[in-house]
Design a protein around this ligand. Structure first.
Ligand code: KG4
Ligand code: ZN
Length: 335
């Protein structure tokens, strides 16, 4: 079965083809980062327009790379939600219409299921059951995964997502957009331990997260440093390092707790923040001590991409699921 996948939920236009036998056949990605950079965040209307502009050329590019035509495909998957309504509509309309034209089924995919299954695209893929830490710009969730579609939410952020906190910390530190990679880069120059930030909610039982307090702590630290006249590039890097340490330590503690609670050894991390190298290293360290193992997608499949949607859609279509003829999106959609 060959499935075309389309991702248009936010600020990346992603297209890919996944084949049951060959795996990932071709993919292409267009990032709108430069478009939104001057506004310091994603502007929904501009995002939709750019998806309209880029989606069809990318589909042509991927078909050409795969040396295929539409008639070679067995299904079309698109991101149905959650995400920006106008942006989702672009992928859903294009995907639904092309599937109709080619006479093949269409399937709307949950964006976070795409992220969650992205490590399956690697040669060394994890086996079910496992715990997944989904950390993106919109979600921070711990999920028990027993198979495709068998997901149990164990805990989630009660306020900001981890990625959102990274983005906001970057704004406070005037590090630019998107914030996660910028904070991570600045933190490399920072002195760990120069500042100590709180580890939110780690002393409370359970698997929920909260990152808004850390945001306020960052703001207060920056404000105090400016008032004292000590704010300079080194101080900025020290604050970035302390912020990153706090987020990473919190995520590591909760992942370990989830594995213990569910009596599992396998952890999967996915979503934009899973590209963070300090997070990856700390999780690997922690799990090595307990005989566990962490799996993650290659860096370019941590953030939004078409490959994860093609793969998740392929799994759903192979299980006999598909959309009706209408175009439906779900901008808010619990997994
Ligand atoms: O999964 P994603 O591309 O989009 C959403 O579905 O939200 O995740 C984007 C988020 C942004 O908040 C970005 O700042 C964060 O992932 N991010 C990172 C890193 N790379 C991306 N956060 C921390 N460290 C990184 N290296
Ligand atoms: Zn995402």
């Amino acid at each position: 079965m060959r499935v075309l996948g389309l991702e248009t939920s936010c600020d990346e236009t992603g297209v890919a083809i996944y084949d049951t036998e060959q795996g990932l056949v071709a993919e292409a990605l267009y990032s709108q980062i430069a478009l939104h950079a001057e506004y310091g965040g994603v502007v929904p209307e501009l995002a939709s327009r750019d998806h309209v502009r880029k989606l069809l050329p990318l589909i042509r590019e991927v078909l050409a790379k795969a040396n295929m035509q539409g008639s070679d495909l067995d299904g079309v998957a698109f991101t149905k939600g959650p995400g920006l309504a106008g942006a989702l509509m672009v992928g859903a309309c294009a995907g639904r219409a092309m599937a109709y034209g080619w006479g093949v089924p269409a399937i709307g995919v949950h964006h976070m299921e795409g992220h969650l299954l992205a490590p399956m695209l690697e040669a060394d893929a994890p086996a079910f059951p496992f715990i997944a830490l989904l950390v993106s710009g919109g979600h921070t969730q711990l999920v028990r995964v027993d198979g495709i579609g068998c997901y149990t939410l164990l805990g989630e952020s009660l306020d900001d997502a981890a990625g959102e906190a990274f983005d906001k910390a970057a704004k406070m530190l005037e590090l630019g957009y998107p914030g996660g990679p910028q904070v991570a880069k600045a933190a490399e120059r920072g002195r760990v331990g120069h500042y100590t930030f709180p580890r939110p909610m780690v002393n409370r039982p359970g698997l929920d997260f909260s990152f808004s307090g850390l945001k306020t702590f960052t703001l207060n630290t920056v404000t105090a440093s400016r008032a004292a006249g000590t704010y300079n590039p080194q101080d900025q890097a020290d604050i970035a390092a302390a912020f990153q340490e706090a987020v990473v330590a919190t995520l590591v503690i909760k992942c370990h707790r989830a594995l213990e609670q569910e009596n599992l050894k396998t952890l999967v991390i996915a979503g934009g923040v899973s590209a963070n190298t300090v997070l990856r290293a700390r999780l690997a360290e922690k799990l090595a001590k307990t005989g566990g193992r962490v799996y993650y997608p290659r860096p370019e499949f941590c953030t939004d991409n078409g490959a994860m949607i093609a793969y998740a859609g392929h799994c759903r279509l192979a299980a006999g699921q598909h959309e009706g003829l209408g175009v439906t999106i779900r901008p808010r959609w619990p997994m």
